[in-house]
Design a protein around this ligand. Structure first.
Ligand code: SF4
Length: 289
């Protein structure tokens, strides 16, 4: 039986659950040893990109240094989470509090991870650049300051049917009425079409989660890009709700994922994306190159 048949009778919707408070931590992929215990957008996206990369990340669980761009993105994300959380609680944070939050998060995480900065000055430059990107976003944010979020860091899990792993995800922000927002930090502006193409799996996962949790259809998606140019920019891409075709593609992918895990089909997919794969050297060696 296909996944699509299973979701014909989904579990009853349950209320969206907000995380209790910033700073309590969030589940991480590394804490989950069982590949079939749950599905997530990041697991599905990695599977879609390259099954061999998936094997290195989730089966062999090879730890790699945190790429500076990834670290910067996480820090920006954390400050935006606190900013939205303050709005949700109707206790907005001042610029000084937000800057202090960036410093605190940065120092806490940098002490725990190895980040291969190219020069000793790079880290300080990156922190200033991150703050400049955030300041630009606060200044140009398309969300009116008085707008109350429907949800912030919305942690959702939904059943896909009997015997199937649940789908799990955390949605950055839900704006009224039912607009799903995801933050991205990037080196250059994406076009609207390319952005939705690249992130279709993630957006479809969020739509399935949102619909299951609320019993309603999302009204659309927004991708808020914080662009790391010399003078930072904000680019917002807006889309309508998940189409039937997007939903079908997601469930084809889930079928393929579940089948492939059982068959241990860790087939490599060499391509341009190998240039930023954490496991390129190992992959080349094992492939006899
Ligand atoms: S180097 Fe390319 S083919 Fe090898 S694991 Fe990484 S993405 Fe896949």
């Amino acid at each position: 039986m296909s996944i699509a048949q299973h979701i014909a009778d989904p579990s009853p919707p349950k209320a969206i659950r907000l995380l209790p408070d910033p700073g309590t931590g969030r589940p991480v992929e590394q804490s989950e040893p069982d590949l079939l215990r749950y599905l997530s957008a990041s697991r599905l996206k990695c599977w879609q990109t390259c099954r061999r990369q998936f094997f290195y990340r989730y089966v062999e669980r090879i730890t790699v240094p945190t790429a500076p761009a990834l670290f910067i993105g996480r820090q920006i994300h954390e400050v935006l989470r606190l900013w939205n959380w303050g709005k949700w609680k109707q206790e907005p944070l001042s610029p000084e509090q937000l800057r202090a939050a960036l410093n605190e998060s940065w120092e806490r995480d940098a002490a725990k991870e190895f980040i291969p900065w190219k020069t000793p000055d790079d880290e300080a430059v990156a922190r200033e650049q991150s703050w400049a990107m955030l300041e630009t976003y606060f200044d140009q944010c398309p969300v009116p300051p008085e707008e109350h979020p429907e949800g912030v860091e919305v942690e959702v899990e939904c059943s896909l049917g009997p015997g199937l792993p649940p789908l799990y995800g955390i949605i950055d922000l839900v704006r009224p009425p039912g607009r799903i927002v995801d933050y991205k930090s990037a080196a250059r502006s994406p076009g609207d079409e390319m952005a939705v193409h690249q992130h279709a799996t993630q957006l479809a996962c969020y739509a399935v989660l949102y619909r299951n949790a609320t019993g309603e259809r999302e009204t659309g998606f927004e991708l808020h890009h914080l662009i790391k140019t010399k003078v930072p920019k904000v680019v917002v891409s807006t889309y309508g709700p998940m189409s039937a075709a997007m939903e079908s593609e997601l469930f084809f992918l889930i079928d393929d994922y579940l089948d492939g895990i059982v068959r241990e089909a860790w087939v490599p997919s060499p391509g341009q994306h190998c240039a930023w794969c954490d496991h390129l050297a190992l992959c080349r060696k094992r492939s006899g190159m």
